[in-house]
Write a protein that binds this ligand. Structure first.
Ligand code: ARG
Length: 461
């Protein structure tokens, strides 16, 4: 069992199938730079505690730097016999500084507090990368909104024509949840920024090491209050993975609309060549693959999240080896988002909108009926009556095969005397949109304000 971290009480090495099951270097190697950074912090704390003399500290730090460089350029990689990233790196350190010095580093720490710390460090960086990718999508959406301030479209509920809205308002309705996701990442980081280092296997350290010093050295806001909790809890990972999954879901909702809008039946948009694909058999095809892969991969992230939650369920305190299963779902979710985010950004930034088509459909399906009812309310008619009257207008227009704005004055008056010709002011898409001018509404003034608020917030995010 030469080279393993725990050979002392074993007469035999692990069976081949045991080692194969146990092995995690194929995925946890991404933690190597963090492991080495934390080892340097640990060496300094050992030195402060009087457990590593100054010359040894200097040699240890130099050895760890050499190891980091060799990891970075691939000179040092995990061997077949290495169980995990921690074991592999201890081997690498010993190869560089000798058994005597290399064997001193592990004092007062366990792979249990190590892995929990390194995973948090990796995750904090990943959340920052993902957050910045999400903000790129938000910027593409706001740029399209700002570039199309006057374009109107049919707003829908139940995928049925509902009320006309500004395209910009609709696009910003996709930006808003993504901004909340970025805020969720920042909030999750507050809980992730707590260092388990110094917790040891579960009970803490007896060697006079200073967890707060390591925490500060590694950029954490604080050291954990409870060593058992710190080595066994992964709610920080589940929380981040939920936010990653929510980001995918929010992108999937946008993708679904892009897919529908690009059909000839809708005809709202044309996708740029660079962000669509063709068919190997049907020459006329231009397919929205970016949006479909986003929708598809969202299912995969939901699987990552539910898998992790199932792994955490019913584990007794403290560390159990089940926890080795915590990393792959999170790594996978981040890898998928890092593929999706730049592609969705490019897709959105290059969408070509067909304003005429959207304007033509905006009033279709009697989407101005609510405007008649609300106009009547402003004339003092109770809403119950107004709703009935507007409904009667729709019935009349439908039976005559015309739009609401095409009903003659006498027809309107016959439906209800309150329906004077002045109602025509709201029987245009423009009039309807401009009338919805309260905070959060679709009027051009409100949408302009919304764009300003987002624009002012973006630089600080
Ligand atoms: N590789 C393990 C993990 O990813 C850490 C090692 C802890 N192993 C142990 N037997 N205590 O969680």
């Amino acid at each position: 069992n030469e080279g393993s971290l725990w050979g002392g009480r074993f007469a035999d090495g692990p069976a081949a199938a045991m080692a194969a099951l146990s092995k995690s270097t194929q995925f946890d190697w991404v933690l190597a730079p963090y492991d080495i950074q934390a080892s340097k912090a640990h060496a300094r704390v050992l030195n402060k505690a009087g457990l590593l003399v100054d010359d040894d500290l200097t040699a240890m730090l130099a050895g760890l730097d050499r190891l980091a460089a060799d990891v970075a350029d691939g000179t040092f990689a995990p061997a077949e016999s290495d169980e995990d990233v921690h074991g592999a790196l201890e081997r690498g350190l010993i190869e560089r500084v000798g058994t005597e010095l290399g064997g001193r580093l592990r004092a007062g720490r366990s792979r249990n507090d190590q892995v929990a710390t390194l995973f948090r460090m990796w995750l904090r960086d990943a959340m920052r990368r993902v957050g910045s990718g999400v903000l790129d999508v938000v910027e593409a959406l706001t740029a399209q909104a700002a570039a199309h301030p006057d374009v109107v479209m049919p707003g829908k509920t139940h995928l049925q024509a509902a009320q006309p809205v500004l395209l910009a308002h609709h696009l910003l309705a996709h930006a808003q949840p993504l901004l909340r996701d970025v805020d969720r990442l920042a909030d999750a980081d507050r809980r992730t920024a707590v260092s388990p280092y110094g917790s040891g296997a579960l009970a803490g350290s007896s060697l006079g090491l200073d967890p707060a010093a390591i925490a500060a050295d590694l950029g954490f806001a604080a050291a954990a209050e409870n060593s058992i909790d710190a080595t066994s809890s992964r709610d920080f990972a589940a929380e981040a993975l939920f936010v990653f999954t929510m980001i995918a879901i929010d992108l999937s909702r946008l993708s679904e609309e892009i897919i529908i809008w690009s059909t000839p039946e809708f005809g709202y948009i044309t996708l740029a060549d660079a962000w669509s694909t063709g068919s190997s058999i049907m020459p006329q095809k231009k397919n929205p693959d970016v949006a479909e892969l986003t929708r598809g991969k969202t299912g995969r992230l939901i699987g990552d999240l539910t898998g992790l939650l199932a792994t955490l369920k019913a584990q007794p305190l403290a560390y159990n080896r089940d926890l080795q299963e915590d990393k792959e779902p999170v790594f996978d979710a981040v890898a998928q988002l890092e593929l999706l985010l730049p592609a969705i950004t490019g897709l959105v930034a290059t969408l070509e909108f067909h304003a005429d088509r959207m304007a033509e459909l905006a009033p279709a399906g009697f989407t101005l009926a609510t405007d008649i009812a609300e106009w009547l309310v402003r004339q003092g008619v109770p809403f119950r009556v107004a709703h009935e009257v507007a409904g009667a207008c729709v019935r009349e227009a439908e039976s005559r095969g015309v739009g609401l704005d095409e009903l003659d004055d006498d027809v309107l008056a016959a439906i209800n005397p309150a329906l004077t010709p002045a109602v025509r002011d709201v029987l245009t898409v423009r009039g309807s949109i401009e009338s919805r001018d309260a905070l959060g509404g679709t009027s051009p003034t409100q949408v302009r304000r919304q764009l300003d608020v987002i624009g002012a917030a973006l630089p600080a995010l």
